[in-house]
Design a protein. Structure first.
Length: 444
């Protein structure tokens, strides 16, 4: 259902848009977490370490995909806010062409650089084969991720966050069933988990396309809409690439963190992997409100309602401050119990590593939450260089923090690298947003 966000109460609009997103993201994380639980409980510490050590690599690919599609779809949202429906269709066609080219290039890069990359981050020899198998399947199947994220981003740009949710829930449940069947009954090991994920993503993407074809005439494309111009392609790349690079840069920072973690052995890797999954679940409300903020800001910017942009950003910021405090308290006091869901109680060193990470990072969730608000708000305003700049700040802070503090203070020092990077990126984005919103108001 298409939803205009240029009229009405910002709190009501943001929450109405966010809740379906949040449910979908939680389901998506639920099947990711289920995969890790199945792997950890049935295949052991080495298997979960193999999955965990490659997660940053997959995050780079997925983050770049999400960044590209979300960044370009901002233009769709701006055209929709300005009531330019032909512009909506031409923009959607441009997004589709660029996404197909991106998918092909991603597969080529995977084929050439995957093995050298895994060696570069020092994946332990005893888990190298499983790690290669798992991440290889996911990266060669990146097209399914691109398909779902593009289709869902286009629908969200028109204010529809509910429809992608329904398809995501269905594919999430299917992924859990497939993962159980492939790992436990067919004995495919960690490869089975990756295959299940690729199939599930593909089905959710195909269902989104089917819905667009049958129910969303605003996105029905004709041959004339694919007559792309250099200016149009460049405009979309100017929005999508910085966001894609920003997510890729963040992934590189996490990859550096993972490389430092790998030096502490499979047991620590397993605990860090489990804690990372818990953290990913905890931040889903931040991600969901952030996406809502991008759509809300883009539509109101297109409608030239900067006053509503300010109100929406303030509302979203307060929502996430309250949530981040609650999430921090929950993760801090119940982190040990949650980590034990992933790892058997006999692997005490792995459990302790996971709990250490949670206890170190959760007090800083307030900074992390504001990153999602201001990063997406500035993206919706067309200020793509600010999210990109924040990504650079986060990369430098996380990488230096992981290497230096990991060297001098061991695993505990490494855990502080993420909070250090959050504070830096949050400061950069907050100052940038308030400066440029004033500039935009003065030039209205």
């Amino acid at each position: 259902m298409i939803q205009k966000m240029t009229e009405g109460n910002p709190l009501s609009l943001i929450l109405k848009f966010t809740i379906p997103l949040l449910i979908g993201n939680v389901f998506q994380q639920a099947y990711n977490i289920t995969d890790v639980i199945i792997v950890g409980r049935t295949l052991g510490v080495d298997a979960i370490a193999a999955v965990g050590t490659t997660i940053p690599v997959f995050m780079i690919a997925v983050g770049a995909t999400i960044g590209l599609t979300s960044g370009m779809s901002v233009i769709v949202g701006q055209n929709f806010g300005a009531k330019n429906m032909e512009g909506v269709k031409t923009s959607a066609a441009t997004c589709l062409v660029i996404s197909v080219i991106y998918m092909i290039l991603a597969i080529i890069v995977t084929h050439i650089f995957l093995t050298p990359l895994l060696k570069l981050i020092d994946v332990p020899e005893r888990i190298f084969a499983d790690a290669y198998s798992y991440i290889g399947i996911l990266l060669y199947g990146i097209g399914t991720t691109a398909l779902y994220n593009l289709a869902s981003a286009l629908m969200r740009a028109l204010g529809d966050s509910k429809t992608p949710l329904y398809f995501l829930i269905l594919s999430s449940l299917l992924n859990i069933v497939l993962a159980l069947a492939f790992i436990i009954y067919l004995g495919w090991g960690v490869a089975g988990s990756a295959i299940a994920l690729v199939i599930a993503q593909g089905i959710s993407g195909a269902l989104c396309l089917w819905y667009i074809y049958t129910r969303v005439p605003a996105l029905h494309l004709q041959k004339k809409h694919f007559r792309l111009t250099r200016a149009g392609i460049w405009f979309h790349l100017k929005m999508g690439c910085p966001m894609s690079f920003q997510f890729g840069i963040l992934g590189i920072g996490i990859l550096v963190l993972q490389a430092v973690c790998n030096s502490f052995g499979p047991e620590v890797i397993a605990g860090y992997t489990a804690a990372g999954r818990v953290e990913q679940l905890a931040i889903q409300p931040m991600i969901s409100v952030g996406i809502a903020m991008a759509v809300y800001t883009a539509q109101n910017f297109g409608a030239k309602r900067l006053d509503r942009v300010r109100k929406g950003v303030k509302t979203g910021s307060l929502i996430l401050i309250i949530f981040s405090v609650c999430a921090a308290l929950t993760s801090y006091f119940y982190g040990h119990n949650i980590i034990e869901l992933f790892i058997t109680d006999t692997d005490t060193s792995s459990i302790e590593a996971g709990v250490t990470y949670l206890h170190t990072t959760v007090p800083f969730y307030v900074f992390l939450s504001q990153i999602f608000i201001f990063r997406n708000a500035t993206q919706g305003l067309g200020l793509s260089f600010l999210p990109f700049g924040s990504g650079v700040v986060e990369l430098v802070a996380r990488s230096l923090g992981a290497i230096l503090m990991g060297h001098y203070f061991g695993y505990l020092g490494m855990c502080y690298a993420s909070p250090f990077s959050w504070m830096g990126a949050c400061s950069f984005l907050t100052l940038g947003y308030f400066y440029f919103i004033r500039v935009l108001e003065q030039h209205r």
